[in-house]
Each structure stands twice: as structure tokens, then as C-alpha cells.
Design a protein around this ligand. Structure first.
Ligand code: HEC
Length: 155
């Protein structure tokens, strides 16, 4: 097969070049998956700055104060956040006979009961409303804050 010196040189060179190329391709294949693509949107300057901002945001109160400018929606009032996560499921639309949030006419008679009675109705449950409105982990204070928030929408 190898009859001239020229052929010998070519064969020797290929004997080095081919395995070397394969090794380089394998290395690139492995490390290529690890390197974050600097051109991807997740690695853009603004995306990094945004993540840094979350890390550096400080106390929850500071985050809440800057929430409007950063358009991160964090309810400042614990009653409001409990309402948003649990109570609104029934009260926003008035499901299962729940008095609808913000609807003066359905709340008038209940308001006459006084806040303490309303708090107790929620804590103990009333008809189709489960105890604590279903928020079993919520403290009495949380429930009262959520009721206060609901009632604050009536003014
Ligand atoms: C599964 C649906 C449901 C959820 C969730 C729910 N409620 Fe209710 N809620 C009701 C219904 C139904 C009533 C009306 C009970 C009645 O008077 O028959 C009611 C009544 C109330 C009343 C008036 C009680 C009274 O004595 O008149 C308050 C205050 C209230 N809910 C607050 C809350 C709060 C605060 C939460 C969240 C922690 C909550 N509810 C979650 C269904 C729900």
C-alpha cells in the first residue's frame, strides 16, 4: 500500500490528525454543554441585573416598598395576601353563597353583627365556608387581617 515516501508522510500525519480531531470534538461536546451561552437572553446584562436586584433587595418591607417600581407584585398587607391566595376563591365572585367582596348590599346585614362575630364566623367556619376559610395554617391574626382587608373594600 505505501510505496512512496510521500505516501508514508501522509499516512503518518493522518495517524496523528484523525484521533486528535476526534478527541477535540469530544472535549468540545462535553464542555460545550456546561458553558452558559453568553448570547442567550438569560445571560443578558439586564437579566443578570434583575437577578442581582432580587438578591440585593433587602428586607421584605424594602422589597414591598420598591414593588411598584420593579413591577414585582408583593402584597404588603398580610391580610391582603391571605385574601388573594385563599378567600378570593369564593368571595371574589360570590361562589356558594359567599358574600361578594366589595358589594355593599350583601355585606350590610353582616356588618351589623360586628367585626368580632365576623372573625369568629371565619375562624370556626359558617355553612359552606370551611373553618378559617380553608386556610388551615393561618393564625387568628391572619384571619382577622384578611377580614379587615375584605371589609376595607366596602368603603
Ligand atoms: C369555600 C368558599 C369560601 C372560602 C374559601 C372563604 N369563604 Fe368566607 N364565606 C363563604 C360563604 C359561603 C359564606 C356565607 C356563610 C353564610 O352566612 O351562610 C362566607 C362568609 C364570610 C364572612 C361573613 C361571615 C358572617 O358571619 O356573616 C366573612 C367575614 C368571610 N366569609 C371571610 C372570609 C375570609 C377572611 C376568608 C379567607 C380566609 C374566606 N371567607 C374564605 C365561603 C368561603
Amino acid at each position: 500500500m505505501i510505496s512512496t515516501p510521500k505516501q508514508l508522510v501522509i499516512v503518518v500525519l493522518l495517524a496523528f490528525a484523525v484521533p486528535l480531531t476526534i478527541i477535540l470534538l469530544v472535549v468540545q461536546f462535553i464542555t460545550g454543554g456546561i458553558n452558559a451561552d453568553p448570547n442567550s437572553s438569560a445571560m443578558s446584562d439586564s437579566a443578570i441585573a434583575k437577578r442581582m436586584q432580587v438578591l440585593n433587595a433587602g428586607s421584605p418591607a424594602q422589597i414591598a416598598n420598591s414593588a411598584t417600581s420593579n413591577s414585582i407584585i408583593i402584597a404588603e398587607d398580610p391580610g391582603e395576601s391571605l385574601y388573594n391566595t385563599v378567600c378570593q376563591a369564593c368571595h371574589a365572585a360570590g361562589i356558594a353563597g359567599a358574600p361578594k367582596t366589595g358589594d355593599q348590599s350583601v355585606w350590610a346585614a353582616r356588618l351589623e353583627l360586628g367585626n368580632d362575630v365576623l372573625y369568629q364566623s371565619v375562624i370556626k367556619g359558617k355553612n359552606l365556608m370551611p373553618a378559617r376559610g380553608g386556610a388551615t395554617g393561618a393564625s387568628d391574626e391572619d384571619i382577622e387581617a384578611a377580614v379587615d382587608f375584605m371589609l376595607s373594600t366596602l368603603q
